[in-house]
Design a protein around this ligand. Structure first.
Ligand SMILES: Nc1ncnc2c1ncn2[C@@H]1O[C@H](COP(=O)(O)OP(=O)(O)O)[C@@H](O)[C@H]1O
Ligand SMILES: [Mg+2]
Length: 498
């Protein structure tokens, strides 16, 4: 037997040279096969290697039989466990693969479903808008009481259908990740006012009183998606009206929970004294298609989409939403949003001169109504605010097609028309209005609003049938001159200076 310093040889090779292991108690295998089989030391090293591989998820290092019969039993067991593990691992891999495939298929199906719903609701919206338009025209025509009743049912149903389609469209857009949150300048008071106007009719029908309280002490403009905030409020207030018996009370409270120089966390709380929601139902009503118990659903109808849309919108805007409620006593729905503070109102809105008082009192007396066609939301706010300073009543539309539709109501005295708008520009819309069969509409004064102070623009405005021209940003003096020219107010004495 050779005697070599073990530190100078590869440890795996070591047993070739010397058996220094304490293996005296281990029974050797029959002599014939012994020379090629590894000794105890090599077996231990191979074990370590195999276990290392095993711990990193590889089952490929199997143990060779050793020179010792009793250890070979252990090795055989170990190898068979390796086989089992390797087999299980293969099964798991194939299971994971099929799971991934199934997930991919499900995701694709969900995207296709959302896309289909989005397309379909869009397609359905067009004819519904047609139905609503015709119902409106019918409403304005001479009708017998029975016909009036039928038209009003037609109108209610189509408006309901349209809001349902909008909900489906919203949900499918949200699920397809296609819903974008806008960031435009708005005023909180205006949002509250519009929300109140929208829900007042259904509240009155059930003799429900609505109290609003704004203690947010926000006096600046805000940046955010006012349309979506409005949608959430209308949904929560709509639910409150729906689930509160006749003669109940509802309140909307707006407060600031946190305010820094640039951002405020604004909380909106809708409280009702209606039927309330059980603890179990409170947990599920924010999920799509979930409603309270079946009897509530039967009695009140609905799709269970409203709150899930609210939740998703609030979360898209970085906020949170929740409810506390007691069955039989009422519910308190709240949501909180971080909103970026904009400039102070006085920095945006021009002030009007005291000398304009004659014009203002004339406008008040005659209740002058303006239609503003303007697509840019910031311009809408600024121009509307300026018009309100002159006590003008203003309705806003966003493109030429809407302008033509709105002017048909015959309630406007002047149209202020942006020239560049999507769908139909101001020039085109003016030509349509000038061709209107009703002269009281076709002759309505139209003033162009345009940021393009290009030469020839004025000519283009006049050629398309407009009566005047105001540049953007609007100069108060120029605006006032246009109003004076068109309205020609009777002079009235200036108020005394203080
Ligand atoms: N103010 C409320 N009072 C009582 N229950 C409510 C109120 N708001 C919502 N719920 C419950 O939550 C459910 C889900 O509301 P929503 O998602 O708006 O769907 P829908 O109004 O179409 O049923 C309602 O069906 C109702 O059971
Ligand atoms: Mg609802």
């Amino acid at each position: 037997m050779q005697h070599v310093n073990p530190h100078q040889v590869d440890p795996i090779e070591a047993d070739k040279y010397v058996m220094r292991d304490d293996d005296s108690n281990i029974e050797r295998a029959p002599h014939t096969s012994a020379p090629q089989r590894p000794g105890l030391k090599k077996i231990i090293q191979l074990f370590c290697l195999s276990l290392d591989h095993l711990s990193s998820g590889q089952f490929n290092i199997k143990m060779p039989l050793s020179r010792y019969t009793s250890i070979n039993m252990l090795i055989a067991k170990y190898n068979s466990i390796l086989d089992i593990l390797s087999e299980n691992h293969k099964k798991q891999l194939s299971f994971e693969k099929s799971l991934q495939e199934a997930r991919r298929t499900a995701e694709q199906a969900s995207v296709s479903k959302s896309r289909f719903l989005a397309n379909m609701s869009h397609e359905i919206r067009t004819p519904i808008n047609g139905i609503i338009g015709i119902a409106r025209m019918l409403e304005d025509s001479p009708l017998s009481p029975d016909q009036k009743e039928n038209v009003s049912i037609l109108m209610d149903s189509s408006i309901f259908l349209s809001s349902l389609i909008n909900d489906i469209l919203d949900l499918s857009k949200i699920e397809a990740g296609k819903l974008e949150i806008e960031n435009v300048l708005f005023q909180l008071d205006e949002v509250i006012e519009l929300v109140k106007n929208t829900i007042s009719f259904s509240a009155q029908r059930k003799r429900i009183r609505i109290f609003t309280e704004n203690t947010s002490s926000i006096d600046t403009f805000l940046f955010g998606d006012h349309l979506r905030i409005r949608q959430i409020l209308i949904n929560l207030l709509g639910n409150a009206i729906k689930f509160t018996p006749e003669g109940g009370d509802i309140s909307l409270h707006i407060l600031t929970v946190e305010k820094s120089e640039r951002v405020a966390r604004i909380k909106f709380v809708v409280t009702d004294n209606g039927i309330g929601i059980s603890d179990d139902n409170q947990k599920k009503i924010f999920a799509p298609f979930e409603q309270g118990d079946a009897s509530t659903t039967r009695k009140y109808g609905g799709t269970g989409l409203g709150l899930s849309i609210c939740k998703k919108l609030v979360e898209l805007m970085g906020g949170k939403i929740g409810v506390t409620s007691t069955v039989g006593q009422g519910s308190k729905f709240w949501f909180e949003l971080p909103i970026i503070l904009g400039p102070a109102a006085e920095n945006i809105l021009p002030s009007i001169d005291r000398s304009a008082m004659d014009l203002v009192s004339f406008i008040r007396e005659k209740e002058i109504s303006i239609l503003l066609a303007e697509d840019n939301p910031i311009n809408q706010i600024v121009i509307k605010a300026l018009m309100k300073k002159y006590s003008l009543m203003v309705d806003v539309v966003e493109n030429g097609i809407q302008a033509i539709e709105a002017v048909g109501s015959g309630k406007y005295h002047i149209i202020f028309m942006d020239c560049q708008m999507p769908e139909m520009d101001g020039f085109e819309a003016t030509k349509h209005i000038r061709n209107h069969p009703d002269v009281s509409i076709s002759r309505i004064p139209i003033i162009a609003l345009t940021a393009n102070a290009m030469k020839g623009d004025k000519e283009l405005c006049i050629k398309s049938g407009m009566n005047g021209f105001v540049g953007k940003p609007i100069d108060t003096g120029e605006f006032e001159n246009v109003l004076r020219t068109i309205l020609n107010p009777a002079p009235c004495p200036l108020p005394e200076a203080p």
